[in-house]
Design a protein around this ligand. Structure first.
Ligand code: XMP
Length: 535
């Protein structure tokens, strides 16, 4: 398809209906965007600090105000232009976004330790309101519609602005949903964007489609074509290198780039010695051959292990690994000559957790290697075609482009690899043991048809030893933890409930087959408050 013709199909005006999301630094802001995109409506995330003019020029059909790690009680916490509330544009405030609406319109918020809520909470819908009409998880014995939601707030609304009504409360907190239907202003204390809030998507849909009157015009193929179009426009006839690990993210990025620029894409496979069994060069090479893509293999194990000697801190490890990856990319760009572009399969959760959004209100959770390793004074240009998308969206794109099933549904594997699954100092001998234990766990999951039902599973090497007995002898061996989680977008996750029979089988195999391991534990923490990886 030629570029002019493609441009036409975007002018189909997929941007005609648009939602503006104002970000106050929430970890979850991209999830709001993801749901709105999935509803087929175009949206953009902007820093909260926008002017009236910028909003007018964007011409949104609706505005969503995100949550924030800040407290509204703090006088220096972010505020938004009053135009947001008096423009006549429908507004939905989420968590901090609701509190800011309350405070800027004359209501009151305070901090009360007894009213803090984190995690699952039940919301009682007290009066009929269009935002949540006919949306509930169940009806209580007293006939009250109840929503099961995910809360995360320290501060609580105690009085609402004039002409607002309290639509819902919780047993702990007097205000969980507010509305001013005349002015189309709504607020939710809970997070509709996280998957734990089961009806969250329906509430956002009610707002975007029924209240803002947006029509659904976006779909996955249009998004793919738009990304390809943008890559061509940006890169033109230049050559690009891409670090291809064989995971779903870098493979989807490779396919998009290959479709956009063909032979001008050169993939690099860097063997850092921190890979799992069966996730090696062999498979990546086969994938590249199938699609006729250039691939170069680089053996760099010693360089990575050498740089990790004596390093215990997770953030330091991540940064060192990110830096070495970048050094290797830069070296290759020089030696291959004439290459100024580096492509990466960075996805949205990498960016959010590394606090690398365009502004810095988000708190750093972890420095993802492909984000944190980037040198400030880099000489190359960066292209990240899937930076705005979450794992499930990336998988959908991969599916549409015919990505093989073994790559498409492969569990995610972090860029720093086994280095962040060995707690503390990374040693080659620890990685060897970890790799063996991990292989057993994954093999057993596959045998029991559980692999595809779980979003991510792996073993962690705890770097502590414990006493056991084998026969009549004392055994002083290493401890490993099994981790399995289910998640849609990897921003939140629940630990997977595995049967005792299954866990026992895996633990027995690991202890019997790997003589240096004496104990196996199972991690039953969900995210939040834990993260998926241990480091
Ligand atoms: P956490 O541990 O932050 O992980 O809950 C969320 C998802 O991201 C993966 N992960 C990474 N992926 N580079 C990556 O490419 C990284 O540095 C990185 N750290 C975590 C993790 O495996 C999970 O799927």
């Amino acid at each position: 398809m030629n570029i002019k013709k493609q441009q036409k199909s975007y002018d189909l005006d997929i941007y005609r209906y648009r939602i503006l999301i104002l970000d106050f630094g929430s970890q979850y802001v991209r999830l709001i965007a993801k749901i709105i995109r999935e509803l087929g409506v175009y949206c953009e995330i902007w820093n909260y600090n926008v002017s009236e003019l910028q909003i007018r020029q964007f011409h949104p059909n609706g505005i969503v105000l995100s949550g924030s790690p800040e407290s509204i009680i703090n006088v220096s916490s972010p505020r938004v232009t009053d135009y947001v509330f008096c423009s006549g544009i429908p507004v939905l405030g989420i968590c901090y976004g609701m509190q800011i609406m309350v405070v800027q319109l004359g209501g009151e918020v305070h901090t009360n330790d007894l009213q803090r809520e984190f995690g699952y909470t039940q919301v009682n819908v007290l009066v009929d309101n269009f935002l949540v009409r006919d949306i509930y998880d169940f009806v209580s014995k007293k006939g009250v519609p109840i929503l099961n939601v995910w809360m995360s707030h320290n501060d609580t609304v105690i009085s609402v602005p004039q002409d607002f009504i309290i639509v819902a409360d919780t047993n702990n907190c007097p205000v969980a949903i507010i509305a001013n239907e005349q002015r189309n202003l709504y607020g939710l204390q809970f997070h509709p964007e996280v998957t734990h809030t089961k009806q969250g998507r329906r509430i956002l849909e009610r707002f975007v489609i029924d209240i803002c009157h947006c029509r659904s015009l976006l779909d996955s193929n249009i998004i793919i074509e738009k990304i390809i179009f943008n890559i061509r426009k940006l890169v033109k006839n230049d050559r690009v290198i891409l670090g291809l690990s064989g995971g779903v993210d870098s493979s989807v990025a490779a396919l998009l780039l290959h479709r956009a620029i063909g032979k001008n894409l050169i993939c690099l496979f860097i063997d850092n010695g921190l890979l799992r069994f069966n996730e090696d060069y062999k498979n990546v090479k086969a994938f590249c051959e199938d699609y006729n893509m250039n691939i170069i293999y680089l053996a760099k194990e010693e360089r990575f292990f050498g740089s990790l000697i004596g390093i215990y801190d997770p953030e330091e490890k991540r940064k060192i690994i990110g830096k070495i990856f970048m050094e290797i990319f830069e070296e290759q760009m020089q030696s291959l000559a004439n290459i100024t572009w580096l492509a990466q399969g960075t996805i949205c959760s990498d960016v959010v957790e590394s606090a690398a959004l365009d502004h810095s209100y988000v708190r750093i959770i972890k420095s993802h290697h492909n984000v944190a390793g980037l040198p400030g004074n880099r000489k190359f240009r960066l292209i990240e075609p899937i930076r705005n998308f979450f794992k499930d969206e990336v998988r959908k794109m991969g599916f549409s482009m015919g990505l093989p099933v073994n790559i498409l549904y492969r569990h995610p594997f972090p860029g720093p690899g086994l280095a962040i699954r060995v707690i503390g100092e990374v040693k080659k001998e620890y990685c060897i043991l970890l790799r063996k234990a991990d292989l057993i766990f994954i093999e057993e999951l596959r045998k029991s048809n559980l692999y595809l039902k779980i979003s991510q599973a792996f073993v962690v090497f705890l770097s502590v030893r414990s006493v056991g007995i084998v026969g009549d002898n004392r055994k002083y061996g290493w401890v490993v933890a099994l981790r399995a989680v289910n998640s849609v977008d990897f921003m939140t996750a629940k630990y997977t409930v595995l049967s005792n029979v299954f866990l026992t089988k895996v633990a027995n195999r690991i202890i019997n087959e790997i003589s240096d391991i004496s104990r196996v534990v199972y991690d039953i923490s969900s995210k939040p408050p834990a993260t998926i990886e241990w480091e």
